[in-house]
Ligand binder design. Structure first.
Ligand SMILES: Nc1ncnc2c1ncn2[C@@H]1O[C@H](COP(=O)(O)OP(=O)(O)O)[C@@H](O)[C@H]1O
Ligand SMILES: [Mg+2]
Length: 508
């Protein structure tokens, strides 16, 4: 029997080919487990944490766990087409989303793909969804106001550009409404808004998008949504994707407002995928890095220094509480990360004090520097007025013969509560806020029946628009109160025109 040289060389070649195959295991893996949006794969020895992977059927996944003999992957999409034994290959890219101007005015999913039926979005750039937050030297202190158009916020818990202010409260207390109304008020403010909806009903999103569109706010807003029917990983990455889109504008020197609605649902999605990945559960079954999940996200909000263009990203994270319990795990975490919180009180909401902002427990730790001087001047005593009002209120229910000082505090307090009420989708420009608060704190409302306060406000604004637009303009451009005599004269002349519904004396 003779041995053919060609046969041997063919055999060796075949062996060598096989050898090559084994080597590529580092770049491709085999699915060994699939369930609940999580895949374990053998191989992929070189995979990076956070790397994007592509499954055989074209669905993408993201590397979450790097273990000694397998890789834990979360599926970014439908996992029903993936089977055990399928191959999965590295893309060499960390997870990225498209960024750029063309996203503005669009509704996209967590991957930046359009879902509004308005066709493809072409962007030149993409950016990794995870990005290191600006360091200390790259920042500047917050010194410019972000006007929400909501009296109770701009007066009591002012927000500055680059700040992180938490909106916290039970379900259905107006959290989303505050965020949306704040976006509405950014019209013509040269602000890019990003609304990240996490785990919200599709019908709710549709309603919010419609509201934004109706008020012309969609023109400067990007809506990112990960609905409750989508896999948990998409809910988890949505806020990071939003932050990446926001950073693009911030780094160009623009001002950005980003709303995360809400981080409770994002934390729940992260808990779900962590448990399926078999990470050890900690308090309330959240994984050990849940604090880091939120802190690294919210640290990306910043006011950049002038050398870096002076852009800013203001974050309004939303957290939902159960029965007003702010001492639960996620609320305490996020409270400690942010620069203050707007606490919404459900009792106030149901008794009709809307927006239900609890002045006693709401704070803004940096925003005061960012308030315009006129607002600072008129709103200075507001918090004290409110606090002493609430203190006296319960007590006054018993006594009928109150002394003059107590009565006047009660009168002022009742009117303060009334002035801070505001309708939905009715943002008030800062100069008009200053005007009504000026009237309040200078005692012009004290003798009016409480029920007349909001009508007084409406008519006052009309009157000033018609007859004293110069004064309003002055507040707007200089940020300061106009000449006191002129303002007093203007308010007094309006007071003469205003007809209270019942004579003030009859109420006494
Ligand atoms: N300032 C307000 N005045 C009147 N109704 C309001 C106000 N704020 C919110 N609402 C109403 O309250 C309901 C719940 O508000 P929403 O913002 O969805 O609450 P949450 O996001 O806290 O669940 C909505 O139907 C909204 O129309
Ligand atoms: Mg909501």
């Amino acid at each position: 029997m003779s041995i053919k040289a060609e046969e041997i060389s063919a055999l060796i070649k075949k062996q060598l080919d096989g050898y090559q195959d084994e080597l590529t295991v580092a770049e491709t893996g085999i699915v060994t487990y699939i369930g609940d949006g999580v895949v374990r794969a053998y191989g992929l020895d070189n995979a990076l944490s956070g790397e994007l992977l592509e499954f055989q059927n074209g669905v993408y996944g993201m590397v979450q766990n790097l273990e000694s003999n397998n890789v834990g992957i979360v599926v970014l999409g439908d996992d029903t087409g993936i089977r055990e034994g399928d191959s999965v290959k590295r893309t060499g890219r960390i997870m990225e989303v498209p960024v750029g101007e063309n996203l503005v005015g669009r509704v996209v999913n967590s991957l930046g793909q359009p879902i509004d039926g308005k066709g493809q979005i072409t962007t030149e750039k993409t950016a990794p969804i995870e990005h290191k937050a600006p360091g200390i030297m790259e920042r500047k202190s917050v010194d410019q106001p972000l006007q929400t158009g909501i009296k109770a916020i701009d007066a009591l818990v002012p927000i500055g550009r680059g700040q992180r202010e938490l909106i916290i409260g039970d379900r259905k207390t107006g959290k989303t409404s505050i965020a949306v109304d704040t976006i509405l008020n950014q019209k013509d403010q040269n602000m890019i808004c990003i609304y990240v909806a996490i785990g919200q009903k599709d019908s709710t999103i549709k309603q919010q998008v419609e509201t934004l569109r109706r008020f012309g706010a969609l023109d400067y807003t990007i809506v990112i949504t990960a609905g409750p029917s989508e896999p948990a990983p998409l809910l988890y990455v949505a806020p990071y994707a939003g932050a990446a889109m926001g950073e693009y504008f911030m780094n160009k020197g623009r001002d950005v407002l980003i709303v995360f609605d809400d981080l409770t649902k994002q934390a729940n999605a992260y808990r779900e995928l962590s448990l399926i990945l078999r990470r050890p559960p900690g308090r309330e079954a959240y994984p050990g890095d849940i604090f880091y999940t939120h802190s690294r996200l919210l640290e990306r909000a910043a006011k950049l220094n002038d050398k870096l263009g002076g852009g800013s990203m203001t974050a309004l994270p939303i957290v939902e509480t159960q029965a007003g319990d702010v001492s639960a795990y996620i609320p305490t975490n996020v409270i400690s990360i942010t620069d203050g919180q707007i606490f919404l009180n459900s009792d106030m909401f149901y008794s009709g004090d809307r927006p239900a902002i609890d002045a006693g427990t709401s704070v803004s730790r940096v925003g005061g520097d960012a308030q315009i001087p006129a607002m600072k001047k008129v709103a200075g005593t507001l918090r004290i007025d409110l606090a002493s009002y609430h203190e006296l209120e319960s007590f006054a229910q018993f006594g009928s013969d109150l002394d003059e000082a107590t009565r006047s505090k009660l009168d002022r307090g009742a009117r303060t509560v009334e002035v801070l009420k505001q309708k939905l989708h009715d943002p008030i420009p800062v100069e008009k806020q200053v005007l009504i608060l000026y009237c309040l704190t200078h005692g012009y409302l004290d003798k009016l029946p409480v029920d007349d306060v909001l009508r007084f406000q409406t008519e006052l604004f009309h009157n000033f628009d018609d007859s004293h637009a110069d004064l309003l303009q002055q507040i707007k451009t200089t940020g300061k109160l106009p000449d006191e005599d002129a303002l007093k004269a203007a308010v007094s002349s309006f007071m003469e025109l205003f007809k209270p519904s019942t004579p003030a004396s009859a109420k006494q």
